[in-house]
Design a protein around this ligand. Structure first.
Ligand code: NDP
Length: 474
């Protein structure tokens, strides 16, 4: 059993002022795996006070000093990859192999990408008579989810440091260990006291206190659209900047005549990986009616061949989903698709046959899904693929856009044809013949998938204020 019962505030591990003990449940064993203390509003006040003091000097540091600091964080992070992988496996069920190959490195990539962006960043640029200066925003509150936790944390922490800001991080209470390890990394890298602060806790207490806090200048939130709306409302009275990376319901538009054996395996893997708990998982697979039967055969093979198993063992299997609430929600959505008349090709409700406990979901494929079904509209966040068919490309584009979300969209098929479709999709990221955007791409969505972008130069600008100065001497 791991214990991370203190917060990291002003460069020290300190006990919560009025917090509540909490146990994280291992989703594979259904037994407690980590002790934390859910923090309080008083802990947030202490962290904000530390960040406010640290800001005075950290906001004045040079590009070179911040680059050196980020470089030291990268070195320390690399040493802790195995610890990160084990922590994720026990708390959120991502297999250790995925932790070492993807989950942990994704966070590292956030730091490395920011270093590249910072190297060439223009802190000052001339626009006609105006000199535009990019300056730190100030004290930034960060609220993050459990599904790709260090990726989402790094995409906030790294650019905030690069921009000369100070910060308070509240990670998900479902998966707090990796954030505690990151605080240890920050400490080992010599991040100045108060620049990075960690307060463990839940959304309604710590997250809400941060959102409404008058001395926090910006909230950067990643999570569900439901919680993102609550954060924005709580932040409104203090008119702070609110950056939101929210949910998704991404289409995989398979162009008519696409070579299915080439385009489907890599994109379906984007639904299976991490047990389907990826905001950009391309779950709505749209195929031309003439290719429906072939697509069903191919995708059924992939999905039914997806192994499920213990996250602590090595292998290409997927683990359980994060907790009982997610398990129950996914079971309900699978049942709703059956009840609403979709065809269950493989998978379905209940546990996979090789396990007798844990929050494991059977990899599932439905065909004959129509846009009005719940399974076509609601974010599943599980290893569930839905196949929908279309008669012509205009109809396919309309179905792809028929969602309240607009995070990402996959187009599968001839890249030259895909290039004509890309401008017609209402999504922040369009990915051709793959499911994940290329490194450095601005990450974020249209519509109810959020506001703002993370990653690379766009992500750096998100954490900076824009000042125009007119009338400077030539
Ligand atoms: P939640 O929205 O439930 O939680 C996200 C974070 O918000 C957690 O730290 C949570 O705290 C906190 N929170 C919850 N309620 C409040 C509140 N009222 N005020 C302040 N903070 C609050 O999402 P999940 O953790 O379940 O993550 C899954 C969701 O995240 C999916 O919808 C997914 O699509 C989305 N996501 C979006 C990404 C993107 O970049 N667009 C990337 C990854 C995920 P706690 O749970 O500890 O109480």
């Amino acid at each position: 059993m791991k214990s991370y019962e203190q917060n990291y505030i002003n460069g020290k591990w300190i006990s919560s002022d009025g917090g509540t003990p909490h146990q994280v449940i291992n989703p594979a064993t259904e037994e407690p795996c980590t002790n934390i203390v859910l923090g309080s509003a008083a802990d947030v006040d202490a962290a904000v006070a530390a960040a406010t003091v640290a800001l005075k000097s950290f906001s004045q540091t040079s590009r070179e000093e911040r680059l050196a600091l980020l470089g030291r964080i990268v070195e320390e992070y690399q040493k802790r990859l195995p610890d990160i992988a084990k922590s994720l496996a026990s708390e959120m069920g991502a297999p250790v192999g995925l932790g070492m190959a993807a989950q942990g490195p994704a966070g590292l990539g956030g730091f490395l990408g920011t270093i590249e962006a910072l190297k060439g960043f223009q802190f000052s640029e001339q626009h006609g008579p105006n000199t535009i200066m990019y300056e730190p925003i100030g004290v930034i509150g960060m609220i993050t989810p459990w599904n790709w936790p260090l990726n989402q944390i790094a995409l906030k922490v790294a650019p905030a440091i690069a921009g000369g800001n100070c910060m308070i991080l509240k990670p998900s209470e479902e998966c707090p260990g990796n954030a505690a390890i990151l605080a240890e990394i920050m400490d080992a890298a010599g991040v100045p006291a108060g620049v990075f602060n960690l307060v463990q806790g839940d959304g309604p207490t710590v997250g809400a206190a941060m959102s409404a806090h008058p001395q926090i200048d910006m909230i950067s939130f990643t999570g569900s659209t439901r919680a993102g709306i609550m954060v924005a409302k709580a932040a409104a009275d203090t008119v702070k900047r609110v950056h939101q990376e929210l949910g998704g319901k991404s289409p995989n538009l398979v162009l008519p005549g696409a070579t299915l054996e080439e385009v489907l395996p890599p994109t379906i893997s984007g639904v299976m990986i991490n047990s389907g708990q990826s905001c950009i998982a391309p779950t709505r697979v749209l195929v031309h009616r003439s290719q429906k039967a072939d697509a069903i055969t191919l995708v059924k093979n992939i999905v039914s061949g997806q192994e499920v198993g213990d996250p602590m063992s090595e292998g290409a299997h997927i683990g359980p989903v994060v907790n009982k609430a997610q398990y129950d929600k996914i079971q309900d959505l699978i049942q709703s698709a059956i009840d609403e008349g979709a065809t269950l090709e493989t998978g379905g409700t209940d546990l996979p046959s090789n396990v007798n406990r844990g929050y494991y979901i059977k990899p599932t494929l439905f065909s004959g899904v129509t846009p009005d079904m719940r399974i076509a509209k609601e974010e599943v966040f599980g290893p569930v693929v839905t196949l929908m068919d279309y008669d012509d490309l205009d109809q396919a584009i309309a179905i792809a856009n028929d969602t309240e979300y607009g995070l990402s969209a996959v187009i599968s098929g001839d890249p030259a044809e895909a290039a004509k479709v890309a401008p017609k999709l209402k999504a922040g990221m369009v990915i051709i013949n793959n499911w994940g955007p290329a490194p450095g791409a601005p990450f974020g969505g249209y519509k109810q998938s959020g506001n703002g972008r993370e990653g690379g130069v766009f992500g750096l600008k998100e954490f900076m204020e824009v000042k125009s100065v007119s009338g400077l001497p030539a």
